[in-house]
Design a protein around this ligand. Sequence first.
Ligand code: NAI
Length: 256
Amino acid sequence: MSALRFVNKVALVTGGANGIGKATALAFARQGARVVVSDMNTVDGQSSVREINELTQSKNAIFLPCDVSSYSQVQKLIDGTLRAFGRLDCAFNNAGIEGAQGSLADQSNEAFDRVIDVNLRGVWNCMKLEIGVMLKQSGGGSIVNCSSIAGLVGFTGIAPYVASKHAVLGLTRAAALDYAKSGIRINSVHPGVIRTAMIDRFTGGSREAEIMFENATPMGRMGKPEEIANTVLFLASDEASFLTGQPITVDGGWTA
Ligand code: NAI
């Protein structure tokens, strides 16, 4: 039997109450990590932790609330992580929102601000404080930021989201270079269409809209949250020890 990859490691997952974040938190826990599941949705976050601990027959996961757009809340999250587990080895900065739909000039400034505050400033806030911890501890660390295929190519009707996800790739590349010599690797994952509540909000539950997404994906289906989780774990693990500053796309061929 192969050894668990994250024994004695501490992983933080933002937006861990649902979807891709929840699947990734479970995957970390299954591989032996102690996991901080963080989210601004406390009800779903606590139930995500209960489910992870049941499935792994452990108490390795805890919930800490945080709206990533607030620097002071992220500060409390990192303090809480250190109080609970003493260190931080892996961080998946995943919390994100899709924002409103509509052509650029029809979108409100407030809607733009919120998408940028969560998707871009949230990653900034988290990275700043995660890196601070990783620099001080032995062994460095690994950070994975959640971008999107909308961080690589344009999409109509969601300009603020597209801009925020392109910016996440820019932050990832720049930070990777800043800390390449410090034992901290920083990469981004770029999911295609993954079946989560976010996609349900886009399709409004309409089967026709789902079929449109499936047909636009060369593999002919939506991805599963676990398929992103597997990639995040690889990036966070020592198997990716020479990999930094890279966008890794997991999209069933969408951008091929
Ligand atoms: P989801 O909506 O199912 O889950 C997102 C989670 O983030 C929720 O639990 C929500 O409460 C939390 N969240 C939202 N704003 C937050 C904030 N300010 N602070 C803390 N938590 C917050 O969405 P999904 O699909 O799991 O998305 C996760 C990430 O993957 C997002 O960054 C999204 O942009 C990205 N993504 C998703 C794709 C998809 O097809 N589902 C495709 C490409 C990227």
